[in-house]
Structures are given as structure tokens and as C-alpha cells.
Design a protein around this ligand. Structure first.
Ligand SMILES: CC(=O)N[C@H]1[C@@H](OP(=O)(O)OP(=O)(O)OC[C@H]2O[C@@H](n3ccc(=O)[nH]c3=O)[C@H](O)[C@@H]2O)O[C@H](CO)[C@@H](O)[C@@H]1O[C@H](C)C(=O)N[C@@H](C)C(=O)N[C@H](CCC(=O)O)C(=O)O
Ligand SMILES: Nc1ncnc2c1ncn2[C@@H]1O[C@H](COP(=O)(O)OP(=O)(O)OP(=O)(O)O)[C@@H](O)[C@H]1O
Ligand SMILES: N[C@H](CCC[C@H](N)C(=O)O)C(=O)O
Ligand SMILES: [Mg+2]
Length: 495
């Protein structure tokens, strides 16, 4: 493709130098540039991509996209907004793949990964080829790769959507984070439907206020369904949680057909007679497509919400209710979400990815519904992330636990001890007994202690890391898997 063809994607742009230079690839990281690539200089929050232009040229960049004239030897496409250019040029370069498959986006504070997994299971069992993009991994065809981020940058995202299309993908299930919406990572993606799970506190380090955070989530819905069509395959749907107050605004800003789900408020797909047990969850579903009793192995009332979002969106795709039920009942666990660790012990050990105040409250409330003995909670808070959620996480764990082990969860560049001290005020404020709370920086020791203390009928919740297989300290990822550490602790339990 010639540089001039890409330049034509932006009205406000000008080329310095030869506009007929061929472009064979696009890169935004100078370290990855190869001969013939177009290097887009992105001004970041940490460094400025313009400072890496020389390195990109040294690696063979055929041209640059910049926000200012850099006086360089290669042709330059000067644009107003490099991030916008990244989305627009990548969409064009990779042939607008999302227009030729159905992309289902899931946004919300908690439940995105789970909901995408449930939908993926239902649709693949209908014989559709599915792709996944989210926190745990990406699936293209039958190949799974570990994910670095929940939602990729526009360049990688467009490239991967293209690869999915080439593998014959019918449906791409995509987690859409608020960072992604705010930073324009999904600009240009044509969404078939968008699902909203819930909005509670997280990421205030980045968004600053809950209003901004909500507005970022809203972007997904404001872009849906701008035309009516008599072709069912071309319609779009906004699938909203009727029990979350943010849904009203999202409903208003979307032109797509709205389908609501929930438990408490009036809605289109509703669960009632819910029973939560350690072995699973049961509920009766009433919907525009009929009624059915669901007996899921997934634990927790929050998983009823995730199931409802999945049911509503797949009913919209025309999947028969009975088959949705069959698929959902077949799912034993979503990796690292309320995952049972068994080593023959007389108490229940659960590894869960709850890493927000609301996520923890949901996980613990669920445990309280079936726990016969005491509840031991091992948890921490991520470094370089929303600090204001730390005391709130302390408070909520104190409310529902008998023993607390406050420990590290990816301190990243922060001092681990400081993070624990940020959590403590919430625990104290609740009036939690001091002798039942320990601050232990080493997560392995914290897990061992909780398991050593637990007795018959007790429950140990190890929260925050779920599927993660590392502990990130000072930019280094050390091997660490809560499930393996818990298993070893059960084996080594001091009697
Ligand atoms: C806040 C945020 O999302 N930041 C992302 C953003 O960073 P940035 O704009 O500050 O970029 P930067 O690091 O300053 O670099 C600027 C440019 O210089 C380039 N560069 C840099 C160094 C070099 O040697 N050569 C070079 O060309 C970079 O490739 C980049 O294009 O662009 C970077 C490059 O793509 C991302 O790595 C970075 O993600 C950071 C690491 C991150 O941690 N993001 C998290 C918060 C995130 O996105 N989380 C969400 C939500 C999680 C959830 O709730 O599930 C997610 O979707 O994962
Ligand atoms: N619908 C829900 N409502 C509240 N909490 C939930 C819900 N679903 C899951 N959780 C809790 O949140 C944790 C994370 O779930 P999941 O990974 O599905 O969310 P996510 O939105 O993908 O998170 P992330 O923002 O990290 O990508 C779970 O382990 C569980 O404790
Ligand atoms: N996607 C979330 C995951 C947090 C998981 C937790 N283990 C942590 O490191 O804080 C984030 O980046 O904020
Ligand atoms: Mg996720």
C-alpha cells in the first residue's frame, strides 16, 4: 500500500516527502520496526514516541506518522492526533475486518472475562467459529496466546481481527476496558452488540472520577446501531444490566435495540428463585424467548448476572434457549474465577480474581451464603493502580471475613509494605479484631498461614490474582500461581 492511500484516510494531514513510498507494515514501537514499516510516533504518558523516530528509521522505517515536523530523512505524514491516526490507518491497512464478522463487546467493572467466556462457549457449541480477546488470553482460530492487556492497542487489535477473519471467525468476543475506550483503542471497530455488566469503583487513578469512568464506558454504547435495517444479521443490540443505575444513560445514548437483564428490576431476561450453593447456582429464567430452569456449576450470584448477559446476547443471535441452557450448564469453571483448589483437605479453598471492592463483596457474600465454618481471606491491592480503592477493599473484606491475611498483589513499582498500610485503615475503621488480621508481604507465607489455620467446614478465599501466573515486583514478573501455591500449602499444612 502506498503512503498516499493511507494519508487519504485523514482530511487534516499533510505529507512531507515522497507520498508514493510503499508501506508494508505499521508499528508504534520503534523496537519492533522492520524494513518498509510506517512508524507512528505516539506521545504517551510515560515517553514520547517522537523521541524514538531515529531508532525506527535506523531499523528501516519507510515513513513516519508524526504530530509535528521532525526534519527527518524519510517521508512524514503529519497528523493532528497520532492515536486517532493509529486507529484509522490500522483499520484501513487491515481491511476493516470487523465489518465482516460479528464483534460482541463486553464492558463493565467486573464480569467481562467471565461473560465473554460464557458467550464463547454457547456460540462455539452452535458450530460458529469464535475468537476471543481479553484479560486472560486471545484466541484466533484454534490458537490461544496469553494476553498482555485486557484490550489491545488499535494497531494490534486490527491486525488480530484480520487474522481472525482469515481463520473464518464468525464471532469475536471482546472485552472492552474503560482505558481502551478512553484511549481510542476500539475506534473503528464495528460492534454487532455491546454488553454492560456493572459499574463500581476501580481505575480512579486513571479516570479520576466515577463520572469520567462512566462516560468512558458509555462510549461503547454511543457508537452502536446508527441505522435500521431489515437484515437481521446487520442489526445491533445494547445488552444492559437493569439492576445497575448506569444502564439508563447507556440506553439513552445508544441507537441499537436495547435488551435488559437482571434480577431485581423489571427487564427482558430475568432470573428468579435463585439458590446459591458451594457446588453451583440454580435459578428460573423468564425471558422473551420462554422460561427455563438453569442449574449451573458456576458459583455465586454474580455469575447469575454474567449468565443473564450471556443469555440475553445469544438469544438476540437466535440461539434457542434450550441450547443456551445446555451450554451454560456444561461449564465447570472459568479459569481463576471461584476456582476450587482441592488437595484432599476438609475445608474449601477458592482462588478468585476479585480485585475491586465490589468484586470482593460479591465473592465474599456468595461464600457467606454457603460457608458453615469460618472465612479466611487472603488478598492485596495492585501497585501503580487506584489507591483509593485500597481502604475500601480492606473494609469490605473485614465485613465478611473471620480472619484476614493482607498481602502483596503485583506491587509493581511501589513499596509492598506501603500498599498494605494503605489497606489497613479500612480494616481498622470497621473495628476488625487486630489479633485476627495479619499483614504479610510475602504472599506465599500468607497463603500458607491461612491454610494452616483453616479447619473442617471453613473457607479460604485467595483473592486478586485468579488466573495470573506471576507476581510483578519492580518490573520483574516472578512465577507465582495462587492455585499451585495453595496446593503446596495444603500438602505442607502443619498439623
Ligand atoms: C494508561 C495506558 O493504558 N497506557 C498504555 C499506553 O501508554 P502510553 O500512551 O503512556 O505509552 P508510553 O509507554 O508513554 O509510550 C509512548 C509510545 O512510545 C513508544 N515507544 C516506547 C519506548 C521505545 O523504546 N520505543 C517506542 O517506540 C511506545 O510503543 C508508545 O507507542 O500505551 C502503551 C503502548 O501501547 C501501553 O503499554 C500502556 O499500557 C500500560 C502499560 C498499562 O498498564 N495499561 C493498563 C492500565 C491498561 O490498559 N489496563 C486496561 C484495563 C485493565 C482491566 O481493568 O481489565 C487494559 O485494557 O488492559
Ligand atoms: N457480574 C459481576 N459482578 C460483580 N463481581 C463480579 C462479576 N463477575 C465476576 N465478578 C468478580 O470479579 C472478578 C473478576 O471477574 P472477571 O475476570 O470476569 O471480570 P473482568 O471485568 O474481566 O475483570 P478485569 O477488569 O480485570 O478484566 C471475579 O473473580 C469475581 O470475584
Ligand atoms: N486488569 C486489572 C487487573 C488487576 C489484577 C490484580 N492482580 C492487580 O494486579 O491489581 C488491572 O490491571 O488493574
Ligand atoms: Mg477481564
Amino acid at each position: 500500500m502506498l503512503l498516499q492511500e493511507l494519508a487519504a484516510m485523514l482530511v487534516i494531514s499533510r505529507i512531507h516527502g515522497d507520498d508514493t513510498v510503499p508501506i508494508t507494515g505499521i508499528q508504534t514501537d520503534s523496537r519492533k520496526v522492520q524494513q518498509g514499516d510506517l512508524f507512528i510516533c505516539v506521545p504517551g504518558l510515560v515517553v514520547d514516541g517522537h523521541d524514538y523516530a531515529a531508532q525506527a528509521i535506523k531499523h528501516g522505517a519507510a515513513a513516519l506518522v508524526t504530530e509535528r515536523d521532525l526534519q527527518v530523512s524519510v517521508p512524514q505524514l503529519i497528523v493532528k492526533d497520532a492515536r486517532y491516526a493509529m486507529a484509522a490507518l490500522s483499520s484501513h491497512f487491515y481491511g476493516y475486518a470487523s465489518r465482516n464478522m460479528k464483534v460482541i463487546g463486553v464492558t463493565g467493572t467486573n464480569g467481562k472475562t467471565t461473560t465473554t467466556y460464557l458467550i464463547e462457549k454457547i456460540l462455539s457449541e452452535q458450530g460458529f467459529t469464535t475468537g476471543l480477546m481479553g484479560t486472560i488470553q486471545m484466541k484466533i482460530g484454534n490458537v490461544y496466546t496469553d494476553a498482555e492487556r485486557t484490550t489491545q492497542e488499535a494497531l494490534d487489535l486490527q491486525r488480530n481481527l484480520r487474522l481472525m477473519l482469515e481463520q473464518g471467525t464468525d464471532y469475536c468476543l471482546m472485552e472492552v476496558s474503560s482505558h481502551a475506550l478512553e484511549l481510542g483503542r476500539v475506534k473503528g471497530v464495528h460492534f454487532r452488540s455491546a454488553i454492560f455488566t456493572n459499574l463500581t469503583q476501580d481505575h480512579l487513578d486513571y479516570h479520576k472520577t466515577m463520572e469520567n469512568y462512566k462516560a468512558a464506558k458509555g462510549l461503547l454504547f454511543s457508537r452502536l446501531g446508527n441505522e435500521f435495517t431489515d437484515k437481521p444479521a446487520a442489526r445491533s443490540f445494547a445488552v444492559l444490566n437493569a439492576d445497575d443505575p448506569a444502564s439508563a444513560a447507556f440506553s439513552q445514548m445508544s441507537a441499537a435495540e436495547v435488551i435488559t437483564y437482571g434480577i431485581h428490576n423489571e427487564c427482558d431476561v430475568r432470573a428468579c428463585d435463585i439458590q446459591v450453593k458451594a457446588s453451583g447456582t440454580e435459578f428460573t429464567l423468564s425471558s422473551f424467548a420462554g422460561e427455563a430452569v438453569f442449574r449451573m456449576k458456576l458459583v455465586g450470584i454474580f455469575n447469575v448476572y454474567n449468565a443473564l448477559g450471556a443469555i440475553a446476547s445469544t438469544l438476540a443471535e437466535g440461539v434457542p434457549l434450550e441450547q443456551i441452557r445446555h451450554s451454560l450448564e456444561g461449564i465447570a469453571v472459568v479459569d481463576g474465577r471461584m476456582e476450587v483448589v482441592s488437595g484432599g483437605q476438609e475445608f474449601l479453598v477458592l482462588v478468585d480474581y476479585a480485585h475491586t471492592p465490589d468484586g470482593l463483596e460479591n465473592a465474599l457474600k456468595t461464600i457467606k451464603e454457603f460457608a458453615l465454618g469460618k472465612v479466611y481471606t487472603v488478598f492485596g491491592c495492585g501497585g501503580d493502580r487506584d489507591r483509593s480503592k485500597r481502604p475500601l477493599m480492606g473494609q469490605v473484606t473485614a465485613r465478611y471475613s473471620d480472619y484476614l491475611f493482607v498481602t502483596s498483589d503485583n506491587p509493581r513499582t511501589e513499596n509492598p509494605e506501603t500498599i498494605l498500610q494503605d489497606i489497613l485503615p479500612g480494616i481498622k475503621e470497621y473495628g476488625f479484631p487486630e489479633e485476627q488480621c495479619e499483614l504479610i508481604v510475602d504472599r506465599r507465607i500468607a497463603i500458607q498461614k491461612a491454610i494452616d489455620l483453616a479447619g473442617p467446614n471453613d473457607v479460604v478465599l485467595i483473592a486478586g490474582k485468579g488466573h495470573e501466573t506471576y507476581q510483578e515486583i519492580m518490573g520483574v514478573k516472578h512465577d507465582f500461581d495462587d492455585r499451585l501455591v495453595a496446593k503446596a500449602a495444603i500438602r505442607g499444612k502443619s498439623r
